[in-house]
Design a protein around this ligand. Structure first.
Ligand code: XLS
Ligand code: NI
Ligand code: NI
Length: 439
């Protein structure tokens, strides 16, 4: 039964009429959708930091979380967290997890001591992974909590910090290789600036690119073949994060010749902080062929910060799954719950309720999106809307036969332009109909 989530059995699929809070209503892992199981479509992952390490601290108050593993401290606590983690992975039946180096083991007094701590926990995790069905979706380096990163990591004004960060990512890549991670993530925690008055923006961006190239080189050297991912976010903790959104990050990757080596890990709450919808970010990455993975959460529209709620908004999960299906899936990426239970949901069982809610919301989103695509609801509307480009002057434009002379000649003869409605409300009503009716 396990020792940390005693009251929880393996969470089973019971169907939509179930009232059991510890059962899936929509996530049925083995159910086939369009030739693939739900489990393979969704590739869920538990985020170690929010679920096993965070204590519910917020800027106004202390931790609130009741965690049975908190009776330990230091390395014993780190070990207890691993036990709790694999117990929860098994009970939820999640195929993946993700962590930062500092989530799993405490820092020592020196970098070598820190690496020793890490090695002890990594050995333990590796051992668990031998018998567990849960694999590592990605790992990453926490280069934002420790005060040495006050000015950034790869974009710090201090070269000693750049070197320290490199040592940390070097270890991270070795960890990824050792544990068979399918991806390695870079989220530039403090890679941004507070004020231009003290910032050499060009040097900082050049250095960030140098750093990423070194990471790619080192991965090749040690034979780590996982996908590199970069995670955009517009603000927090710095005022201006360099990887503001998908479009900015893509242009950075292309400018520095990194777009062959990286894809994007897109987070819903970061999208809304950037003033975009989640599906906008996914669409931008998808159309550039750079959609890699997803941090599945949601922001609170009433709050202007990264609240990392568990995803329960069905419009958002449906439109996200629509983009993911249109992308042909996420490849070696997945849906990582970079999400935390509210500070008021402090009991261990809340962690299970929260994951069940997130998994069911995406399972429902998957089903509805699949049906929308199967019925070509939006595809037909879009094809019709742009049909003027499939013949005549429109075809000349897209096939490169038109120029300003031919277009002017055409316009002089066609001054009675007739537009057609975009039918926004009708399309939204269709989306509602599918959300409510799809079985
Ligand atoms: C923070 C980020 C972070 C990354 C991993 O806002 O979402 O959790 O996903 O470093
Ligand atoms: Ni994230
Ligand atoms: Ni985030």
């Amino acid at each position: 039964m396990g020792i940390y989530f005693e009251s929880v059995n393996k969470v089973a699929y019971e169907g939509k009429s179930s009232k059991n809070p510890l059962a899936f209503k929509y996530y049925n892992p083995e159910e086939m959708i369009g030739g693939k199981t739900m489990k393979d479509h969704l590739r869920f992952s538990v985020a170690y930091w929010h679920t096993f390490t965070a204590d519910g601290t917020d800027p106004f108050g202390a931790g609130t979380m009741e965690r049975p593993w908190d009776r330990f401290s230091g390395m014993d606590l780190a070990k207890a967290r691993v036990e709790a983690a694999f117990e929860l992975f098994e009970k939820l039946g999640v195929p993946f997890f993700a962590f930062h180096d500092r989530d799993i083991a405490p820092e020592g007094k020196t970098l070598s001591e820190t690496n020793e701590n890490l090695n002890t926990i990594l050995a333990m995790i590796k051992d668990y992974m031998k018998t567990s069905n849960t694999k590592l979706l990605w790992n990453t380096a926490n280069m934002f909590t420790n005060r040495r990163f006050v000015h950034g990591a790869a974009t710090a004004c201090n070269a000693d910090v750049f070197a320290y960060a490199a040592a940390q990512v070097k270890k991270g890549l070795e960890t990824a290789k050792e544990l068979g991670a399918e991806n390695y993530v870079f989220w530039g925690g403090r890679e941004g600036y507070e004020t231009l008055l003290n910032t050499d923006l060009k040097l900082e961006l050049d250095n960030m690119a140098r750093f990423l190239h070194m990471a790619v080189d080192y991965a090749k050297e040690i034979g780590f073949t996982g996908q590199f991912l970069i995670e955009p976010k517009p603000k927090e903790p710095t005022t201006h994060q360099y990887d503001t959104d998908a479009a900015t990050t893509i242009s950075f990757l292309k400018q520095y010749g990194l777009d062959q080596s990286f894809k994007l890990n897109l987070e819903a709450n970061h999208a809304t902080l950037a003033g975009h919808t989640f599906e906008h970010e996914l669409r931008v990455a998808r159309t550039s062929g750079l959609l890699g993975s997803v941090d599945a959460n949601q922001g609170n529209p009433l709050l202007g910060w990264d609240t990392d709620e568990f995803p329960t908004d069905l419009y958002s999960t449906t439109l996200a799954m629509y983009e993911i299906l249109q992308n042909g899936g996420l490849g070696c990426g997945g849906l990582n719950f970079d999400a935390k239970v509210r500070r008021t949901s402090f009991e261990p069982d809340d962690l299970v309720y929260a994951h069940v809610a997130g998994m069911d919301s995406f399972a429902r989103g998957l089903k509805v999106a699949h049906k929308l695509i199967e019925d070509r609801v939006f595809e037909d509307a879009i094809a019709e809307r742009y049909s003027s480009y499939t013949e005549g002057i429109g075809l000349d434009i897209v096939e490169g036969r038109a120029n300003f002379h031919t277009l002017e000649a055409y316009a002089l003869n066609h001054h009675n332009i007739k537009n057609v409605s975009g039918r926004t409300e009708h399309l939204k009503a269709m989306l509602n109909q599918y959300l409510l009716e799809v079985e």
